[in-house]
Design a protein around this ligand. Structure first.
Ligand code: C5P
Length: 264
């Protein structure tokens, strides 16, 4: 070899990557897919408000020994942080900044003794668990969830929950947008009346004062907004198994969902 480049071989320009720490960030920003490991199994459970997803997902995650993503809590937490910061719900750029800046920490209680009890949710250092469960927080979440930039800002954050040995993901677009390659997809429904009753019971037990007709109205309004928004509307993935939970006990639903995950 005389140092000349052989004929026929393409002369490549060396690729210049940023130094190591910046490179990691660069890869993260350039390729959201890299924030998740596609070999980790995912079970998605989507459905309208009050369909029992939260309870079912927690119990299923506990039985499988998998991680649990409550994506609705992320939207609720951002909605709450925005309210704390007096951000107008029509100010999309400020909401996106708020989405990136909000620190959300789930203090897990998914040990057997808690029976899959709800984790505490710490938003910017404050335990906001009870405040996040109110219909006011649900409505704020639903309003910001209709903003495409906010949804985009939460994408990687949700995908980062995909860690071994597996993930149970609860939301509206888990099977359609966030984890379209999930091996197991479920769409849970229940009549609006039964969902309102369940929510009523849940909130009354927590000492939150609500009325059943008021809750039914709010649930129907939230369903309509979630199903009719332009981006990631609430709808079953084509390959999702639909389970109508009306009249079923929690245990019955859990068993039906678990039956979809083979060879555990
Ligand atoms: O599930 P949860 O009732 O906590 O969700 C609150 C609101 O957040 C929903 O009404 C919906 O508008 C929004 N959301 C969403 N996509 C998700 C989860 C929740 O748009 N994956």
């Amino acid at each position: 070899m005389d140092g000349k480049i052989e004929q026929g071989k393409p002369r490549r320009k060396p690729r210049i990557l940023p130094p190591f720490p910046r490179r990691l960030k660069w890869l993260h920003v350039q390729s959201p897919a890299m924030t998740q490991d596609p070999s980790v199994p995912v079970l998605t459970l989507d459905g309208p408000s009050g369909s029992g997803k939260g309870t079912i997902c927690r119990l299923v995650a506990l039985r499988l020994g998998w991680h649990y993503l409550d994506s609705g809590a992320l939207y609720r937490a951002v909605g709450l942080a925005a309210a704390w910061a007096d951000i107008d719900l029509s100010d999309a750029p400020a909401l996106v900044r708020c989405t990136f800046d909000t620190d959300i920490d789930f203090r897990d209680r998914t040990d057997e003794s808690s029976g899959g009890g709800e984790p505490r949710i710490i938003v910017n250092g404050v335990d906001a668990t009870d405040e996040l469960r109110t219909e006011t927080a649900g409505a704020a979440a639903s309003a910001i969830a209709a903003i495409p930039e906010v949804r985009a800002a939460l994408k990687d954050r949700q995908r980062a929950y995909r860690r071994p040995p597996g993930l149970v993901a609860d939301g509206r677009d888990m099977g359609t947008v966030i984890f379209p390659d999930a091996a197991h997809k479920v769409f849970l429904t229940a009549s609006a009346e039964e969902r309102a009753e369940r929510r009523y019971k849940q909130l009354s037990e927590k000492g939150v004062s609500v009325t059943l007709p008021g809750l039914l109205r709010e649930i129907l309004a939230r369903d309509a907004r979630d199903a009719n928004r332009a981006v990631a509307p609430l709808r079953p993935a084509e390959d999702a198994v639909r389970i109508d939970t009306t009249g079923l006990s929690i245990d019955e639903v859990v068993e039906r969902v678990l039956a979809l995950v083979p060879a555990r």
